[in-house]
Design a protein around this ligand. Structure first.
Ligand SMILES: NC(=O)c1ccc[n+]([C@@H]2O[C@H](COP(=O)([O-])OP(=O)(O)OC[C@H]3O[C@@H](n4cnc5c(N)ncnc54)[C@H](O)[C@@H]3O)[C@@H](O)[C@H]2O)c1
Length: 466
């Protein structure tokens, strides 16, 4: 099929590369000339596993990049809209990018097209798109609007797209349903998964992919409600972690005990410094606004946000309690991305914590495997960047773990101890067991678990600097 994807960000670029991978001819459109220049010269603008391989396979073949929406619209029968939907100050989703694209599509279309919302949007957006397109001159017979929310996770976006838990297709016409079934046929039939060149199947993936056909409104709600529910799981376990600390219980044991109930499930029950990223914060806020507009108060959503924000403060209190005073302390920070596996720092709790520590006049030496270039732009000259975790640790008063990168879970702790000024690790992601830290003679402060205190270390940490 001939497909246009508008927006070549984390979602659009991944979707475009994956649609090419499953056999379609794709034009990916963006209005950011810098991004297009990077893509057209053969580079990959985001850190994402398997994306360089897919771009190398399909760029210039089944996948092209363009700044011309009209050309892409005319060349395609299906147009996926994957532009940003950031938060307004009110918490509402800013749909102005979606509106602009809808108007431009209407003015360029030369026959029947299916416009597919891939961006995360509030319920009723499909109706607004329809209205805008008609106002811009499109005849209702010449287009359908469908909702096909995206559930990929940054870091595993390609695998998530090609081996999804489910594909939600929200349609209000048979014609649009048939078109989208055709788009996803290689995944829904499993033919892609059987091909020799398929991207490796992740453990536990279900093939063929399950497709859920719903109304457009239900599909829009499924996406917002899913993200709100995942955020709820994170805030719930963080609230329980705070109780664990108060009573000397261990959140890791408690989370396993809760998560092995098949009705609950283990995933997203990881205690830490809270969620961030470009989705959960804005989507919970937008869902709250949607509920309010529908006349339904949803205070549970406010509580999710409150608990999440509080986790940063909980972590900062731990740093303060451990180090006594902060001014002039040198801190090694591992992790700036909002989670492991991505270079995305949007709404990253790690960045927020670094800012607070800078405000307290700490000096920060940070390392992140992928996000340092982006972090440099936002943290300007205030932070020193290290090439690896060991360089960051040299002479530091403590090592802080802020992102759950796999690399940070397998550090050479003997070497780290030898490099630190004080043998203190404050782990906002619970990447280590108490035993391994005790064995290596490190004071270990984590989330929802007792601190591993070493008498000699505790007193050393309180020594004033000479
Ligand atoms: N990032 C994720 O993990 C994720 C997951 C699921 C859903 N989503 C949703 O997908 C949508 C996109 O998210 P993202 O992270 O890819 O955003 P992004 O900011 O990375 O990408 C958006 C892209 O759209 C482009 N753009 C904006 N206006 C345009 C226009 N008029 N014409 C052409 N291009 C235009 C921008 O230049 C940018 O490259 C959002 O609604 C988001 O909530 C994101």
């Amino acid at each position: 099929m001939k497909i246009a994807v508008v927006g070549s960000g984390y979602v659009g670029l991944v979707a475009a590369a994956c649609f090419a991978e499953i056999g379609h001819h794709v034009i990916c459109v963006d209005n950011d000339p810098q991004k297009l220049a990077v893509l057209n010269r053969g580079d990959t603008p985001i850190h994402e596993q398997y994306l360089p391989e897919l771009l190398a396979r399909h760029r210039g073949q089944r996948l092209r990049f363009s700044d011309s929406l009209p050309d892409a619209v005319r060349a395609s029968s299906v147009i996926f809209v994957a532009v940003g939907t950031p938060s307004l100050e009110t918490g509402d989703a800013d749909l102005s990018y979606v509106e602009t694209v809808a108007r431009d599509i209407a003015q360029s279309a030369d026959g029947y097209k299916v416009i597919v919302e891939k961006s995360t949007v509030p319920v009723y957006t499909n109706e607004w798109i329809r209205r805008i397109m008609q106002l811009a001159g499109a005849s209702p017979a010449d287009f359908d609007v469908a909702s096909n929310p995206e559930f990929l996770r940054e870091g595993t976006a390609i695998s998530d797209f090609l081996y999804p838990d489910r594909i939600v297709v929200g349609v209000d016409s048979e014609r649009a349903a048939e078109t989208l079934k055709e788009v996803y046929k290689p995944l829904a039939s499993g033919s892609y998964h059987q091909s020799a060149s398929a991207i490796p199947q992740p453990a536990g993936a279900q093939t063929p992919a399950r497709m859920l056909l719903t109304s457009a409104k239900s599909a829009e709600l499924i996406k917002h409600a899913s993200n709100a529910f995942l955020a709820l799981k994170i805030s719930f376990i963080n609230a329980v972690a705070n109780i664990c600390e108060a009573v000397d219980a261990d959140i890791e044991e408690v989370a396993v005990g809760i998560g092995t109930d098949s009705r609950i499930g283990k995933r997203f029950l990881r205690s830490g410094i809270g969620y961030g990223g470009s989705c959960f914060p804005k989507d919970v806020a937008a869902f709250r606004s949607v509920a309010r507009e529908c006349g339904y108060e949803f205070p549970l959503l406010d509580e999710i946000v409150r608990v999440n924000n509080e986790q940063r403060a909980v972590f900062l209190r731990k740093v303060r309690t451990t180090l006594w005073t902060l001014r002039g302390k040198r801190l090694a920070v591992l992790g700036l991305a909002y989670k492991g596996g991505t270079d995305d720092i949007r709404e990253s709790p790690a960045i927020e914590i670094v800012r607070s520590l800078l405000h307290e006049q700490c000096s920060i030496v940070a390392h992140d495997p992928a996000a340092m270039d982006r972090a440099r732009q936002t943290l300007s000259g205030d932070v020193t960047f290290a090439d690896d975790p060991y360089q960051a640790a040299v002479g530091a008063d403590a090592l802080l773990i802020l992102t759950d990168w796999e690399e940070f879970a397998s550090l050479d702790l003997t070497r780290i101890k030898g490099l630190l000024r004080y043998p203190i690790v404050i782990d906002g992601r619970n990447l280590y067991s108490a035993e391994s830290m005790r064995k290596h003679g490190l004071q270990y402060v984590s989330m929802g678990r007792s601190t591993i205190e070493l008498e000699s270390v505790a007193s050393a940490a309180l020594k004033t600097k000479t």
